[in-house]
Design a protein around this ligand. Structure first.
Ligand code: URA
Length: 214
């Protein structure tokens, strides 16, 4: 079956699944090229996404579009989706049980698209693939998850809230094409030792707290 048909069937299956939470919101399945080499995965749709039924179309989406343009990509050529495919009320964080309920569908969406690399946006999405990772430490690093690259990035909404995050996100995003093809620019930050999620580099031992002399 063609990938597009497989995706349509999967979307219909999600729409029909009465056990899924958040059914009072609209389904935002995902969009982009079914043959995309890169799949961006956010956390859950927000107000604008819920209204239009499309992922990343609000302020965070505009920033994502800008970042894609910066590296010469178009959103039609990548695939964009979320872990949780319906908007949580008041844009609250998705609950663990909501993530768990939508998880098998995301796994199948990834299987169909079969991208070379996955870019989780923000910690919720990152922790789906890399439960032990820390977004501040691991954003922009390359991990291997079930045979494909996973390169977590800061969530664009976080970058819109904090200028320092914007700089980090832009810098990491600029390196994305090279990280995906496996040829990081000379002198650029080192790619982490590739790790299956359970083999994430061990946490560095924290130095003992400084003793105050006073
Ligand atoms: N934030 C997300 O995580 N996903 C969207 O689709 C929009 C905003």
């Amino acid at each position: 079956m063609a990938k597009l048909d497989e995706l349509k069937n999967l979307e219909a299956e999600i729409a029909a699944d009465r056990n899924l939470p958040l059914r009072e919101s609209n389904l935002v399945f995902g969009e982009g090229s079914p043959d995309a080499e890169v799949m961006f995965i956010g956390e859950a749709p927000g107000f604008h996404e819920d209204r239009l039924g499309r992922p990343f179309v609000g302020m965070a989406g505009k920033l994502l579009d800008k970042l894609l343009t910066m590296v010469g990509w178009d959103r039609k050529d990548v695939y964009i989706s979320n872990i949780v495919k319906r908007r949580p009320p008041e844009n609250r964080d998705p609950l663990p049980e909501e993530i768990a309920a939508y998880k098998p569908y995301l796994a199948r969406q990834i299987e169909i698209i079969n991208p070379k690399a996955i870019v989780p946006l923000g910690r919720f999405s990152m922790n789906y693939f890399l439960p032990e990772a820390k977004i501040s430490r691991d954003q922009g690093r390359v991990f291997i998850y079930q045979g494909r690259k996973v390169i977590p990035m800061l969530h664009p909404a976080a970058a819109l809230r904090q200028g320092a995050f914007m700089k980090t996100l832009e810098e990491s995003f600029k390196r994305l094409p090279d990280l995906i093809t496996g040829h990081p620019p000379a002198g650029g930050p080192t790619i982490s030792a590739t790790a299956e999620p359970e083999k994430i580099p061990e946490k560095k031992k924290e130095p003992p707290p400084m003793q105050s002399l006073f």
